[in-house]
Design a protein around this ligand. Structure first.
Ligand code: ADP
Length: 434
């Protein structure tokens, strides 16, 4: 560096100045006086520039450092150089920041950056349109003070950010939003709000369509079934060939009837997210009735059905939905286990939660099929399932019921050894029974 001031340079300068002053002092016969005057001169020079530096730092608005002769000139030049470098860096950073902000504004999602305490640190324009959050007006406000939808409050309470939260936009209730929380950096959360109204509408149309078709099919099915039963009950002299045909028609109509019934149940549980229908349920009583039905269903297969029910645990839930989920798991175990099998039903505490299980020693399910069982119409073995009267909708109904009850379905199955289907209900749903 050509302008850098080194200790050697400073010392040699001082040496030269004091040597000249000593020489001049010698010539006039006052060495000490000459040295003293020089020392004062040096000190004055230093303080003069110190004051100049202080004035520049604290008084003037000038960005460039002052100019000076000698050593201080080099120091001011150095400062100037640093300032220019810093400003270039700041300019680059500003450009990057602007680019990032433009990018964040261009995304079609509402974006909000939250601090650790859920206070708003930044938000884009789309967040204003979708969530009504204004920037910079709402800076520093807690997000839960601004978004008060119960779905959002529950989501924050659960703090399970792996799944998104669905809620209508507080600005326009026709807009359906999917909100995701993404942890990033240190104690920061990026909240992304996406408009999923179109997907939501298509899903609604699909649900309505299935519900309407199922509903419309009920009357013709009842009429056909009525006529077939009438013919079968009549004393008419029918060819055995026709009697066989009537029997098949009756069987197929019953199957369609069950299918339509299950489609209607599925449509009902899919739309039902209302917690108001939940009531205290005496699960041991419910299970007693279901076990009676199970023994009736078990007449053909003659399984050994055992149970272990904790009489002190009840649930907060929707009566018809819970009964349908528990019955589904029990009837599946009966239907899919080969005759003379063993089925064990249990209802007990699971830490602070409660667990319902149905264990069988049936055919089991291959691991690759387990994750797909709750899909509509998914059947592992279509022909066997058809023989058992299965529609492939039972576990889809169970899944939706459990979603509504914030419960979890756990499937443990070993191929050719047996399966255990369990439902774990959260502590909040468990109630003690007297
Ligand atoms: P389905 O009405 O056909 O019984 P489900 O949705 O209830 O439909 O079940 C889906 C599939 O899961 C069934 O077709 C069957 O192959 C399999 N399954 C369900 N429960 C059991 C079980 N306990 N043992 C073996 N397979 C089962």
């Amino acid at each position: 560096m050509p302008f850098r001031l080194s200790l050697r340079q400073v010392l040699s300068r001082l040496l030269i100045i004091f040597s000249i002053s000593a020489l001049l002092g010698y010539l006039v016969g006052h060495i000490l006086l000459a040295m003293l005057i020089t020392a004062f001169g040096v000190i004055f020079y230093q303080y003069k520039h110190l004051v100049q530096l202080s004035n520049w730092l604290w008084k003037t608005k000038n960005i460039s450092a002052p100019t000076a002769e000698g050593s201080w000139g080099r120091i001011f030049d150095g400062l100037d150089r640093k300032i220019r470098k810093y400003r270039r860096k700041q300019k680059r950073l500003n450009t990057r920041l602007r680019r990032f902000r433009d990018g964040a504004e261009a995304v079609p999602d509402g974006g909000i950056v939250l601090g650790e305490d859920l206070t708003i640190q930044w938000s884009n324009k789309r967040a204003k349109k979708l969530l009504g959050i204004r920037w910079p007006g709402d800076q520093g406000q807690r997000i839960d003070n601004l978004l008060r939808a119960p779905e959002f409050t529950n989501y924050l309470e659960k703090a399970d950010y792996d799944t998104p939260c669905l809620l209508p936009s507080p600005v326009n209730s026709d807009i359906q939003l999917e909100i995701r929380f993404i942890d990033y950096g240190q104690d920061h959360i990026l909240v992304l709000a996406r408009d999923v109204s179109k997907v939501h509408r298509v899903e609604e149309m699909r649900r309505d369509f299935v519900a309407n078709v199922s509903h419309e099919l009920k009357t013709p099915l009842t009429v056909v079934r009525g006529y077939v039963e009438m013919i079968q009950a009549s004393e008419g002299d029918f060819d055995p060939h026709w009697l066989q045909a009537f029997h098949v028609i009756e069987g197929q109509v019953s199957r369609m009837d069950r299918l339509v019934e299950q489609l209607l149940v599925l449509s009902r549980v899919e739309v039902n997210t209302d917690d108001e229908l939940k009531q205290p349920l005496n699960i041991p009583d419910v299970l007693e009735h279901l076990l009676k039905d199970a023994h009736w269903l078990n007449q053909d297969k003659q399984h050994t059905i055992t149970s272990d029910i904790d009489d002190s645990i009840g649930l907060l839930g929707v009566d018809s939905e819970i009964k349908s989920a528990l019955a589904n798991l029990m009837s599946n175990a009966i239907a899919y286990t080969q005759s003379g099998g063993e089925i064990h039903v249990s209802w007990k505490r699971f830490g602070s939660k409660a667990k319902f299980s149905v264990k069988d020693n049936g055919p089991g399910i291959r691991p690759e099929d387990v994750n797909r069982l709750t899909e509509r119409f998914y059947r592992v073995d279509k022909s066997r399932s058809r023989n058992t009267g299965g529609s492939g909708l039972g576990l889809a109904i169970v899944k939706h019921v459990l979603q509504h009850h914030h419960a979890e379905l756990i499937i443990n199955s070993q191929w050719q050894k047996g399966s255990e289907f369990s439902i774990v209900f959260e502590e909040a749903s468990v109630i003690p029974l007297p």
